[in-house]
Design a protein around this ligand. Structure first.
Ligand code: NI
Length: 268
């Protein structure tokens, strides 16, 4: 599978599950924009069966290389970012993992049991990254109890492995080259911006500005019946050139920390 095939497949799953992201993509296209992705992000647990390095296998095979490491102390996450070795237009890949050992025995037990439900043939293949709700039908009670310790864990328990977000590269936009214009456009079209830590995360001095919509509320089929909870979100990023004249390509932990909160539970 080459990287274009991987991303087409991920986009299809993402847009089917979260109709608002297709709407946003179409809004940009209708303005005459050719939407390019800055990065695509995934979430996982740091269990050796499903950790970052396991999830990254198909993208390494598709020509990506490891470029950066990140630590999110408050959210208790590690992350790595990857870039394609030869295709400069290919989006970066950002994969984070929850450090289970820093949570309660209950949370660890729930996560280990969920991972234990993954069919062995999926674990042995390169399909994990596309496998979605692979932990089995989620329980709403379990979702709620995970949220008390980690919104990230609760989201991951329900949605499993899929693109948590795609990110529009503002650098590639012709009609809205500034993040404030993108945010204004989204709000005019009825979308809610995640304002945890302000609507714009980062600054031109930090060489990266990011914003995101709050994840769309979707009805999830739980063991107890359907419940509306946040799904995936869409992110927007503008990068600046550093003093060497090179476009900054990394991530800012302080900004990403707040972006993670785009999937926090809220009611419509
Ligand atoms: Ni992101």
């Amino acid at each position: 599978m080459n990287h274009t095939e991987i991303f087409d497949r991920l986009w299809k799953m993402y847009a089917e599950q979260n109709p608002s992201v297709q709407k946003i993509f179409d809004l940009f296209t209708n303005e005459g924009e050719d939407v390019k992705n800055d990065h695509i992000a995934f979430r996982t647990f740091n269990d050796p069966r499903v950790g970052i390095d396991v999830l990254a296998k198909p993208i390494l095979k598709a020509g990506y290389v490891h470029k950066g490491d990140y630590d999110f102390a408050e959210k208790k996450l590690n992350a790595k970012h990857y870039e394609h070795a030869t295709d400069a237009d290919a989006p970066r890949i950002f994969i984070s993992e929850l450090r289970l050992e820093e949570f309660s025995q209950d949370l660890q037990k729930t996560a280990k049991a969920a991972i234990g439900n993954i069919p062995l043939d999926i674990l042995a293949s390169d399909e994990l990254i596309f496998s979605g709700q692979v932990f089995g039908k989620p329980s709403f009670t379990t979702y709620q109890s995970l949220r008390e310790e980690s919104e990230y864990a609760a989201w991951l328990y329900v949605y499993g492995f899929c693109a948590n977000h795609f990110t529009v590269s503002i650098n590639s936009l012709k009609t809205m080259p500034e993040i404030c214009l993108v945010n204004k456009f989204l709000k005019q079209n009825g979308f809610h911006i995640n304002d945890s830590g302000g609507e714009v995360k980062g600054s031109s001095e930090e060489l990266l500005e990011q914003s995101s919509i709050k994840a769309e509320i979707i009805a999830v089929d739980f063991v107890e019946g359907p419940h509306p909870i946040p799904g995936c979100y869409y992110e927007f990023a503008k990068r600046y050139v550093d003093t060497d004249g090179k476009l900054y390509s990394g991530f800012i932990a302080k900004s990403a920390d707040k972006i993670f909160e785009s999937t926090d539970f809220y009611e419509k």
